[in-house]
Design a protein around this ligand. Sequence first.
Ligand SMILES: [Zn+2]
Length: 314
Amino acid sequence: MSIIVAVDIGGTQIRAATYTLGNTKALKVTKIPTKSSDSQPYDRVVRAIASIWPASESVSCITAAIPGPLDPETGIVISAPNIPGWEHFPLAQKLQERFSVPVYLGNDANMAAMGEWRFGAGQGHKHVLYFTISTGIGGGVIADNQLLTGWRGLATELGHVILEPDGPLCGCGKRGHFEALASGTAIARYVNEQLAAGVNSQLKPSPSLGARQVADAAREGDTLAIEAFARAGKYIGLALANYVVTFNPSIVIFGGGVSFSGDLLFAPMRTALKENVMDLAYIDGLEITTAQLGDDAGLLGALALGIYKTKHDN
Ligand SMILES: [Zn+2]
């Protein structure tokens, strides 16, 4: 029996699990904090993998979801803003030397897209557009039953297209990106700006204000909170109007905490999409739904990548 070791590396925690090829139920799972005073993130990844390594069965590969851009050919992590020291970090090579099996990496949003496509909301679709909207915005595209990766593996940074050239500053340092206008961080920032300008609301200005509190206030009828979600929803609709003409998906899947705000976000999104899309043919019959795999999306996406590599590389 051949085993795939899937790892989901986040800024807060590392999760690792072992799977057989035909089963999405993990044989063994472990979860440890990414950061610790006594060891580096890389050593903690090694520790997590070693703790679930099978005693007798052979491992066909290790696959890992990474929180940042990477080169899938060389397995070098280009940057991972939440993991200190991982700039041009040769993660795949180091793990390969340590465990003597092939190692494949994918960025976390792409892995979540793979997971939802293979095992979640996107099953049966050949053309899938996936977004994760939380503190930032990430995405992944399945085009004709293939994960779209681009020349250098850097494709589908869907949160960093420009929607307002002179708009607010994005986490990446440029202005007016989708993420800077519609992420949870952007929703909270907009509310804080409006409060500072004297707009009336039950919310109080605070650096720790989050999209969840804004959503709660919106459900209680707070006008500013409702407007903040309507604004983000409008930008999501605008972004979608660009993406459906680019990728022509049959399903759009939204994951990440902010996606579960329901119609607060999705009603204005649908209106903006309809008003701005080039032709209604792109959205006639288009399924728009929320993700199904929750916290497991990264791990199951890594599993999907492992299954694909096991079948195609041997
Ligand atoms: Zn950006």
